[in-house]
Every structure is written in structure tokens, then in C-alpha cells.
Design a protein around this ligand. Structure first.
Ligand SMILES: CC(C)(COP(=O)(O)OP(=O)(O)OC[C@H]1O[C@@H](n2cnc3c(N)ncnc32)[C@H](O)[C@@H]1OP(=O)(O)O)[C@@H](O)C(=O)NCCC(=O)NCCS
Length: 136
């Protein structure tokens, strides 16, 4: 199984994958999710036997900053290295881009995943950083 650029995604398989990890804010608005994927700077995906089992997408200027928006792996495929491969493939599209940023849930498993990939929480960074967000 390989993570690769994904122009061929079909709406229903994307909805199924997002639903499998419980991301209702996306699945409640299928057309919004389709627009989000179409408007993403890069989308990479992984399939097993043709079935979509992982996806990651970014928002970026392509030069100085890349924001990771989503990375998700189907529950039955987690802890097999696929999340790592998806992000390696996604960020391979940004050689020379200095700043990689993301916002995620405040759970130990997300922290462990991103730290394993070399990310540092903003307030632990040296020098310390602040991250701000506003929804709605
Ligand atoms: C977060 C997620 C994408 C990780 O994908 P994954 O394929 O399971 O992760 P990997 O197998 O590539 O893990 C890479 C490393 O991250 C760490 N890690 C990943 N999941 C972890 C967990 N639940 N607990 C502790 N460490 C974890 C480990 O160090 C792991 O390496 P190891 O398996 O050799 O120990 C996946 O769990 C997922 O889709 N979760 C639901 C959606 C989500 O929360 N997405 C992230 C927020 S945007």
C-alpha cells in the first residue's frame, strides 16, 4: 500500500472514510467536504485492494508555509505506519517550505503521533510560540 496524490477521489468513499473516524462536522456537510478537497493545495490518499483507507490534505502558499488540515486512517488500518507515510508523501510536495503547522484535538494519541513525526506543540517550542484559533 502506497500513499500517492489523489485526483480521482469519489465523494461517497471520502464520506465513508471521514465517517469511519467520526468526523461528523465534515460528513454533515458533504458538499462542503467536496469543496474543501477540491480547494486543498495537495491531497494524498492510500488504498488497499482499491478501497480508500487513508487521506491527508494541506492548505499552503507553496513557498513559505504549509498547513496540514486533515490526516485520517481507517480504524482497521491504524498503527501500521500509514499515517506516517501519508504525511511523508504530503510534505514531499513542499521542498524548502520552512513552516509546517497544524491544529488537532487535545488527546494523548494525537500528541504522540505528531511528536513521532517531529512536530512540537507551540508552547513547547524554543523559542516559545503562541497559536490562536477562532471558529465560526
Ligand atoms: C492519527 C492517525 C492519522 C495516525 O495514523 P496511523 O496510521 O495510526 O499512525 P502510524 O502508524 O503511522 O503511527 C506513526 C507513529 O505515531 C505514534 N502513534 C500513532 N498513533 C498512536 C497512538 N494511538 N498512541 C501512541 N502513539 C501513536 C507512534 O509513535 C507511531 O509509531 P509506531 O507505531 O512505530 O510506534 C490515525 O490514528 C487516525 O486517523 N486517527 C483518527 C483521525 C485523527 O485523529 N487524525 C489526526 C488529527 S487531524
Amino acid at each position: 500500500m502506497r500513499a500517492c496524490a489523489a485526483p480521482e477521489l469519489v465523494r461517497d468513499e471520502v464520506l465513508e472514510l471521514y465517517g469511519s473516524v467520526g468526523w461528523d462536522a465534515y460528513t454533515r456537510d458533504p458538499e462542503g467536504l467536496v469543496r474543501a478537497l477540491a480547494g486543498s493545495h495537495r491531497v494524498v490518499a492510500a488504498r488497499r485492494d482499491g478501497r480508500l483507507v487513508g487521506l491527508a490534505r494541506s492548505v499552503s502558499d507553496g513557498a513559505t508555509v504549509v498547513y496540514l488540515q486533515d490526516v485520517l486512517v481507517a480504524p482497521g488500518e491504524q498503527r501500521g505506519g500509514l499515517g506516517r507515510r501519508l504525511l511523508e508523501e504530503l510534505f514531499a510536495g513542499y521542498p524548502g517550505v520552512r513552516q509546517r503547522v497544524l491544529l488537532t484535538d487535545d488527546e494523548d494519541r494525537q500528541r504522540a503521533f505528531y511528536e513521532a513525526l517531529g512536530f512540537t506543540e507551540a508552547h513547547d517550542h524554543s523559542p516559545p510560540l503562541r497559536a490562536f484559533v477562532r471558529f465560526g
